[in-house]
Design a protein around this ligand. Structure first.
Ligand code: OAD
Ligand code: ZN
Length: 270
């Protein structure tokens, strides 16, 4: 399981880190509250802050990190059942995993679609990027070529359903799981964070993160997180505190797999 912390080394800021996190950069957008920029209802009223932020943050080149390579190495060693990611950057795929090996719990920026229910025309990332970066043409918000409605990436905003594949895969994946590794996520967001409670009794859970788990959002989320024990205080849990790229490199070194890790071939995307 992973989150924004595995992509910060690729130049994408995370959400909740003090000063560097996205939610601390939003003052100028005059939002009612920082998370509004990723709120489905707010986006439908005013998609401009979302797209302004995307323009500001979009990295020139997207390149997978050492942690993404580590996932592919685990797959090559037949040790990987699945990666559950909250990230929308598709770096797991650029790092070498197949689509079926990844559950993009919060969707992906690779695909987008027209928000008119009558139309629903689909677009790819190249089209979205071109439209996003010609704000003078469309007032800063990409519009459908056929019906002029707002186009949005196929990501999950707050208040929206997670993909059905997320829900349908949990039960079999977690009953097969004999080691859960959780990297680069504050585990503040439900339902994703509740997955850490789905391991069978006695299954070790390893949390690799720069900081301790964050404050869980919402009262319902907090109650769910409590039962999932997102603070990793079970006897069989392990917390490895630090940068995930360094820690996975140390693990590979201890396992004699440093060279194989370095040799994993990745793709970059402009
Ligand atoms: P957060 O920003 O909440 O958490 C990122 C975590 O990664 C923090 O605990 C950081 O300390 C840690 N971190 C940052 N860089 C790191 C590094 N190089 N090595 C190790 N740890 C590092 O991001 P997420 O947990 O992914 O949802 O956030 C979850 C969801 O909240 C996102 O998917 C998004 C957001 O609102 C939606 O937009 C629906
Ligand atoms: Zn349309």
């Amino acid at each position: 399981m992973c989150g924004a912390g595995i992509s910060t080394a690729a130049g994408i800021p995370d959400f909740r880190s003090p000063s560097a996190g996205l939610y601390f950069k939003l003052k100028k957008y005059d939002l009612p509250y920082p998370e509004a920029v990723f709120d489905g209802d707010y986006f439908r009223q005013n998609p401009l802050p979302f797209y302004s932020l995307c323009r500001e943050l979009y990295p020139e080149v997207l390149t997978p990190t050492t942690t993404h390579k580590f996932f592919t190495l685990l797959r090559d060693k037949h040790l990987l059942r699945r990666v559950y990611t909250q990230n929308i950057d598709a770096l797991e795929i650029l790092g070498g995993l197949n689509k079926k090996e990844v559950i993009e719990a919060h969707g992906s920026f690779q695909r987008s679609y027209c928000t008119s229910q009558k139309c629903g025309k689909e677009y790819d990332l190249q089209w979205l990027k071109k439209e996003m970066f010609t704000p003078e043409k469309n007032d800063g918000v990409p519009k459908c070529e056929d019906c002029q409605s707002v186009v949005r990436p196929d990501i999950v905003l707050f208040g929206e359903q997670l993909p059905s594949r997320f829900h349908s895969s949990i039960s079999s994946d977690f009953s097969a799981c004999d080691l859960l590794i959780v990297l680069g996520t504050s585990l503040a967001v439900s339902p994703f964070n509740t997955l850490v409670g789905r391991t069978k009794p006695g299954v070790p859970r390893v949390y690799i993160n720069k900081t301790k788990p964050g404050k869980v959002e919402g009262i319902v989320g907090w109650m769910l997180a409590l039962s999932a024990n997102v603070d990793f205080s079970r006897d069989e849990d392990l917390f490895l505190q630090g940068f995930c790229d360094d820690i996975v490199a140390d693990i590979c070194s201890a396992a004699g797999m440093s060279e194989e890790l370095e040799n994993i071939q990745v793709q970059s995307m402009k």
